[in-house]
Ligand binder design. Structure first.
Ligand code: SF4
Length: 346
């Protein structure tokens, strides 16, 4: 069967099997609120639906529309985002909401081009919001869609070089009408049936037209270029406690985990930096190591702890019992947990 039948087959499947998600309109219904579509798309970058759900609920309760988000306090927003990772997204979220409020009268532009001019909105997000929230014909290609398309056409070219070809093939499949539903149907198919390791071809609406399935080994697609090994870095995080409070610092606005509250920490380098970057002279005790993987490197973080009575140390002293409210990024939340387990024993 020709792939020309892919869009109708997929839409019929979606009408019955669409996932109910809090940011979505049901199949065939008028488009969902652009604010909710945009917010969910930003949150879902590099993150799973299950992880995003509670964040989405909290964000939309605290900031129910783009005008409310535009007035958010940056520190509060960063704390609310803590745990979702890729913190530049949170800063861009605020910048984008402010741009929509200030330059667009509180309404998102309804074209891909207009959306792409906003902070933090790239090619994928612009296409997704234009299609899902405004019913525009746009070619929406995320990792799920790349996988489905690579299998459907048995594309032998390896990623990332194959990306332009996969986009062109996705364009060929995209219908002129119900583009938002089509985009979400492709995402759902990739998330629930055409999954990375074990595609469930026997129940797939595209099975009769899938060249990848015909090869007998659809999971081989998309073909990937071999990965370079992730470099290892080492660092030290300092837990300094005084009268039931712990010393925190705000990281510089630019760079990794920029603008987030964190434990003081020295450089993260290939060689062990020892106690470089310690916030004070103190009797530092080892609390062990934690491992954390960032996109471009893996970190082995040594955690050291000390008590102090010193009053002149600069930084934010935060009550240990209320540390959960500080919104530490995951790597420092893990380090804090490690330190606290030692402090409680001591
Ligand atoms: S038939 Fe199998 S490989 Fe092809 S799109 Fe469906 S689930 Fe994916």
């Amino acid at each position: 069967m020709s792939v020309d039948g892919a869009a109708p087959a997929l839409l019929s499947w979606y009408d019955v099997h669409a996932r109910a998600l809090p940011w979505r309109a049901p199949p065939g219904a008028p488009p969902a609120d652009p604010y909710r579509v945009w917010l969910s798309e930003i949150m879902l970058q590099q993150t799973t639906v299950a992880a995003v759900r509670p964040y989405f609920a909290r964000f939309t309760e605290r900031w129910p529309d783009v005008a409310a988000l535009a007035t958010a306090d940056e520190g509060e927003l960063m704390a609310a985002w803590a745990g979702l990772g890729y913190y530049a997204r949170a800063r861009n979220l605020l910048a984008c909401a402010r741009a929509v409020a200030k330059d667009h009268g509180g309404r998102f532009p309804d074209s891909e081009q207009g959306l792409r001019a906003l902070p933090g909105i790239g090619r994928y997000t612009a296409a997704a919001v234009a299609a899902i929230a405004f019913g525009r014909r746009a070619v929406v290609v995320d990792g799920n869609v790349e996988r489905v398309v690579a299998r459907l056409f048995a594309v032998e070219e390896a990623l990332p070089a194959a990306r332009p070809r996969l986009h062109a093939l996705a364009d060929r499949l995209t219908p002129a009408r119900r583009t938002g539903d089509f985009a979400q149907a492709m995402m759902d198919l990739g998330a629930t049936i055409c999954t990375p390791r074990q595609p469930a071809c026997a129940i797939c609406p595209l099975m009769t037209m899938c060249a990848g399935r015909a090869t007998g080994d659809p999971a081989r697609f998309p073909v990937k270029a071999p990965k370079a090994a992730r470099p290892q870095r080492r660092g030290t995080a300092f837990w300094l406690e005084r009268d039931g409070e712990v010393l925190l610092c705000r990281r510089p606005a630019r760079g990794l985990l920029g603008g987030m509250l964190a434990l003081p920490s020295g450089p993260w380098t290939a060689d062990d930096p020892g106690l470089a970057g310690a916030p004070a002279e103190a009797g530092w005790r080892d609390a062990g190591h934690i491992a954390h993987v960032f996109t471009h490197f893996a970190l082995d973080l040594r955690v050291v702890t000390a008590l102090t009575g010193e009053r002149t140390i600069a930084g934010q002293w935060w009550p240990v019992e209320r540390l959960a409210e500080a919104g530490l990024p995951t790597v420092f939340a893990k380090a804090a947990e490690r330190a606290r387990s030692l402090m409680e024993i001591a």
